[in-house]
Each structure stands twice: as C-alpha cells, then as structure tokens.
Design a protein around this ligand. Structure first.
Ligand code: UT7
Length: 330
C-alpha cells in the first residue's frame, strides 16, 4: 500500500499592530508611493513584545487555528516542524516550546532554518515521514518576527518585511487524489551573500570585540535577489509539473511567495498564469518569510478560492539561498 499526505487543516497568526507605509516616512527617506509601486506593500503587522507577541505566540495561534479546522486533538500530532529564522530561542527550539504549549505530548519537534523556504522544506520533510509510514500526522509551521532582524535605518530592506505565522496539518492517506503530489527543494550556498545576517551567531557572537549590532540585521542585494527569485521559482514550478506530467493549464491555483508584487507578476507572466488564479496578500502583510505560503493557503482555502480536489502549486524563494515548489491536490 502506498501512503500520501493530505492537508486537513490550515491556520494563521498575526500580531495586532499594523504599520503603514506612511509610518516609515517619519524616520527614513521613503514614501508610500515608492513602497507601493516598487513592492505592492501597503502595510505590515509588527509583533509587540509588551502584548506577549513573539514568534512562539504567532506560531501557537496559527497551529491552534489549523487544529481547529482539522478537528483533531493535539495529541494526534507526531511531528512538529517550525520553519523560522527568528526562533523564540535556539534551545529550546520554537517547535519544542510549541509542542509544550499545544500539549502535543506524542510529537517530536524541531526548528528548520531555510529562510522564506522554511515552510516548504518542512512540508517536504513531513511528507517524507508520512509517505515512509513512520508516522501519521504532522504539523508544519512557518513563523517569523523579522521585525527583530530589521535595520530600521536601511530603507531598502526595512519597508519589506512583516511578522506572522501560518500552519498546516498533514495526515496519512492512501488516496492520491487528495494529497501532496510531489515537492522539489533546492539550495545554492554559493549565492548566500546576496541575502544574509552577518553577525550575531557563531561566526561573530555578540560578546566578540568586532561584533556590531548593525550587522546583526538583514542585508540584501535586492535587484540580484529579485532576478533569482523569478528564475528559480519558475524553474522549480516547471519541475514539479514535469514530475507529474502536467501543464500549467492543468493547475487550478498558484501560490507564489509574497515578497514583492512585481516578482509575483513576473513569475505569473513567465509561466503564463492569470493573476486571478493566484492569492495575493503582500499588500497587507509584506514579506513574512516562511509564513507567506501557509497564510495564503489558509486564506484562499477558507475563502473558497481553493476547493476540494483542486491542484494547487506553491513556490517559494529565500535567503541562503533556498527555493522550491510543491504540487498539492487538496
Ligand atoms: O523573500 C525573498 C527575499 N526578498 C526579495 O525577494 C526581495 C527582492 N528584491 C526586491 O523586492 C527589490 O529589489 C526591492 C524592493 C528591494 C528594491 O526595488 P528595486 O526596483 O530593485 O530598486 P533598487 O534597489 O534598484 O533601487 C532603486 C532606487 C535606489 O536609488 P538610486 O540608487 O536609484 O538613487 C534606492 O536607493 O530606489 C531607492 N530605494 C528607495 N527609495 C525610496 C530603495 N529603497 C527605497 C525606499 N524608498 N524604501
């Protein structure tokens, strides 16, 4: 008997506070007009630690919503993966703390660092465990508080990101017509310098004399990343289609990583996908890294834009660099 993974629940978690483009005009030389036209972003949500908002609290909210939709108790979860580059702490991991908070006593749990590809990589790993028959039910979360890694003086990056979490619950099925069909994951460490956080970790920990707080922030070569994002997301999307002997027209719905509306539009144009077959929320949330795909999936599914049996192609691109695509029949 062959096993597959079926997505049975999704959820999102957002901080309360909204920061608009206008708010940035007070401290960097930018404008609402520049941000909207160059990125498509109008606002983003930012976690407020004084309200108890953090990577963990957002992950918890997303996971609880997904559990509610799946209508299963947390005890059924056997694996928790949290994709994040802004973990609550490194030890215990965000996933370990989430396991505790959910009471998912039968799960083993770990964080996964793949920047914006964290959720897609996590989905692929959980799918392998389920397909191999090792376990039945897994929770995959993408959760970020990138506001903690933003250089608020750098106008070329500070306007791009937001805080959020998204989650999906997978369970074993033998019915391939409601399952993850296949996933392709890629990395290219030789291009790692294009999007990086130079200080703050083992290469230059905060107690070293040459540590600089300004280097413990996101640094990005935007236009290079832009071009690679388009090329790699399109390539990965074509690969998963080839794997399944499908064409672009056979796919019912596309979810592109929400980093910049121009990147999404260019991918859609290259692949010949009409924008009304995609979900867009970069205007509301900015780039929430590992959280963008599961949040789009959750919103599109709950809104009825994705229906049972639809073939959904999700693709992502992130720092490291990392990218990939997955094809799911819902
Ligand atoms: O999740 C994966 C990782 N991230 C991404 O995928 C993001 C990829 N990159 C991008 O989205 C775009 O490259 C950006 C939005 C970051 C920048 O857009 P761009 O069209 O590539 O602009 P640019 O970097 O070529 O900069 C054009 C000009 C520059 O001024 P000069 O040198 O022409 O005088 C920048 O200094 O725009 C300036 N600029 C700004 N101006 C006003 C950069 N940021 C801002 C800003 N407000 N916030």
């Amino acid at each position: 008997m062959s096993y597959y993974s079926k997505i049975i629940g999704t959820g999102k978690g957002l901080p309360e506070t909204i920061m608009t483009n206008k708010d940035f005009e007070a401290f960097v030389e930018t404008s609402d007009e520049w941000i909207r036209t160059r990125t498509g972003i109008a606002q983003r949500h930012i976690a407020n630690p004084e309200k108890g908002e953090s990577t963990l609290s957002l992950a918890r909210k997303a996971a609880q919503n997904a559990l509610q939709m799946a209508n299963i108790p947390a005890q059924e979860i056997e694996l928790i993966i949290v994709g994040t580059v802004t973990p609550e702490s490194v030890m215990p991991t965000t996933a370990n703390s989430l396991q505790r908070d959910l009471g998912a006593v039968n799960a083993f749990s770990f964080d996964l660092q793949a920047a914006c590809s964290g959720f897609l990589y996590g989905l692929s790993i959980a799918d392998q465990y389920i397909r191999s028959g090792s376990l039945k039910t897994a929770l995959v979360v993408g959760a970020e508080t990138l506001s903690t890694l933003i250089n608020w003086q750098d106008r070329s990056t500070c306007v791009l990101f937001g805080d959020a979490a998204g989650a999906a619950i997978l369970t074993r099925t033998d019915n391939k017509s409601h399952a993850i069909l296949s996933t392709r994951t890629y990395s290219d460490g030789t291009r790692g310098d294009l999007l990086k956080i130079p200080h703050g970790y083992a290469a230059c920990p905060p107690w070293r004399a040459d540590y600089r707080p300004s280097e413990h922030k996101i640094k990005m070569q935007g236009s290079e990343i832009f071009k690679l994002a388009v090329r790699n997301m399109c390539d990965a999307s074509m690969k998963v289609l080839e794997d399944n002997q499908l064409k672009v027209e056979d796919v019912d719905f596309f979810i592109f990583h929400q980093a910049n509306i121009r990147i999404i539009e260019m991918c859609a144009k290259t692949l010949n996908v009409p924008l009304n077959k995609t979900w867009l929320n970069v205007d509301k949330y900015g780039n929430t890294s590992a959280a963008t795909l599961p949040i789009c999936l959750d919103e599109a599914w709950r809104a009825g834009a994705i229906k049972s049996g639809d073939k959904v192609l999700m693709t992502t691109f992130g720092g490291g660099i990392t990218w990939g695509a997955t094809l799911v029949q819902m």
